[in-house]
Design a protein around this ligand. Structure first.
Ligand code: AHM
Ligand code: MG
Length: 335
C-alpha cells in the first residue's frame, strides 16, 4: 500500500503562507485562532446531548429570533479567542447587534483584519442532533490602521474578502476554507485534536441532481422559483432531481459541493429578501462556491458584487453547481 503524505491544518497554513498575496504571518495567526476556537466549539457541540445545555437561553438576537444556549457559547468562544490573541481589529457576529472594535492592551491596535462570523448556523438543529456549522469571513480594513474600526470596514462587497470558510460539526468535524486560491477541507481527528487535510482542491461538479430548498414555503415563492422547482421535479431526460434539505446551510452546501447540487433560499411573499444574511452567511459561502467552480447569485446578480448597506441585511441566495444556478436564474429571468 502506498503511504500518502499527511498534512495537518497547521502545516498547511504555514506552507501556504507565502503564496498569499498580503503575506505577513498575520493571517496565519488569525487562522490558528479560528482553528483553536473551532476545536473548542466542536467539543461543546459534541457534548450538547450529555449536559443540560440544550434549549433557548431566553434571549433574542437582533432579528428577533430565539437564541439557543450553544449559539451564545459559540459566539463567546470565537469572540474571546480572537480578542485574547489580539489579531484582529474588529469583529461582527450574527449574534451581536453591533460590530465589536478590538483594542489591544497598549491602546493601539495595529492589526489589519476584521472578521465576520455566524458562530453557530442552523441552530434549530441542535436539539435533534443534526449537523450545525460555523461560517467566517475575513476582510482587510479600509480605514487607517491604528484607528478604531468603523462600519465602513464591515460593509465591504463580498468580492473584497481575503478569506472565508466554514466548520461543519457533522458525523466528522471538518474545516473548509479558501484564501482565494481554491478550497481545501480538513477533517478533525477527535482523539488527537488535529485537523488533517482530507479534501484538497474541493470543487462543485459542473452539474448535479440535488436541489435543496424549504418546499414548505412553496406557496409563497415567486412564479419563477415555483417553475424552477417544478422543472426539478419533472420526469424528463436526466430528471427528476432528488430533494435534500437539512435546514443547516453549511451542511446542505457541503453535501452539494461534494455531490453536485443547488441550494436556494429565495425571496417570498412572507420574506421579501429571503432569510439568510449577506455578511455572515451568503458572502462567505459565495466566495467558497466561486473558488470551488460553483456560482452564487441572488437570482439576478452575483452575490459578491452586492454592496451591503447594513450589518444584518438579508438577501435571496441561490448557490451551487454552476449549470444548476444558471438554470434557476433562467427561470427567474423568464418569469
Ligand atoms: P440561523 O442562522 O438562524 O441558524 O438561520 C440560518 C439557517 C440556515 O442554516 C438554513 O439553511 C436555514 O436557516 C433554514 O431556514 P428554514 O427553516 O426557514 O428553512
Ligand atoms: Mg446563521
Amino acid at each position: 500500500m502506498v503511504k500518502t503524505k499527511t498534512t495537518t491544518l497547521g502545516e498547511f497554513i504555514i506552507e501556504n503562507q507565502a503564496a498569499f498575496k498580503y503575506s505577513s504571518g498575520e493571517l496565519s495567526k488569525l487562522f490558528n485562532a479560528i482553528r483553536l476556537a473551532a476545536k473548542v466549539v466542536n467539543h461543546e457541540v459534541n457534548k450538547a446531548g450529555l449536559v443540560d445545555i440544550l434549549g433557548n437561553a431566553g434571549e433574542t438576537n437582533i432579528q428577533g429570533e430565539n437564541q439557543q444556549k450553544l449559539d451564545i457559547l459559540a459566539n463567546n468562544i470565537f469572540i474571546q479567542t480572537l480578542r485574547n490573541r489580539e489579531i484582529v481589529c474588529g469583529i461582527a457576529s450574527e449574534e451581536e447587534d453591533d460590530f465589536i472594535p478590538i483594542n489591544s492592551n497598549n491602546g493601539e491596535n495595529q492589526n489589519k483584519y476584521i472578521v465576520l462570523i455566524d458562530p453557530l448556523d442552523g441552530s434549530s438543529n441542535i436539539d435533534v442532533n443534526v449537523s450545525v456549522g460555523t461560517i467566517f469571513s475575513i476582510y482587510r480594513r479600509v480605514t487607517p490602521v491604528g484607528k478604531p474600526v468603523t462600519l465602513d470596514d464591515f460593509l465591504q462587497a463580498g468580492r473584497e474578502q481575503v478569506a472565508a470558510g466554514y466548520i461543519v460539526y457533522g458525523t466528522s468535524t471538518m474545516l473548509v476554507y479558501t484564501t482565494g486560491q481554491g478550497v481545501n477541507g480538513f477533517t478533525l481527528n477527535p482523539a488527537l485534536g488535529v485537523f488533517y487535510l482530507s479534501h484538497p482542491n474541493m470543487e462543485f461538479p459542473e452539474d448535479g441532481k440535488i436541489y435543496s430548498v424549504n418546499e414548505g414555503n412553496y406557496a409563497h415563492f415567486s412564479y419563477g422559483i415555483k417553475e424552477y422547482i417544478k422543472y426539478c421535479q419533472k420526469e424528463e431526460g436526466n430528471r427528476p432531481y432528488t430533494s435534500r434539505y437539512i435546514g443547516s446551510l453549511v451542511s446542505d452546501f457541503h453535501r452539494n459541493m461534494i455531490k453536485g447540487g443547488i441550494y436556494l433560499y429565495p425571496k417570498s411573499s412572507i420574506a421579501s429578501n429571503g432569510k439568510l444574511r449577506l455578511l455572515y452567511e451568503c458572502n462567505p459561502m459565495a466566495f467558497i462556491a466561486e473558488q470551488a467552480n460553483g456560482k452564487a447569485s441572488n437570482g439576478h446578480r452575483r452575490i459578491l458584487d452586492i454592496k451591503p448597506t447594513e450589518l444584518h441585511e438579508r438577501v435571496p441566495f441561490i448557490c451551487g453547481s454552476i449549470k444548476m444556478v444558471e438554470k434557476a436564474e433562467e427561470f427567474i429571468h423568464n418569469s
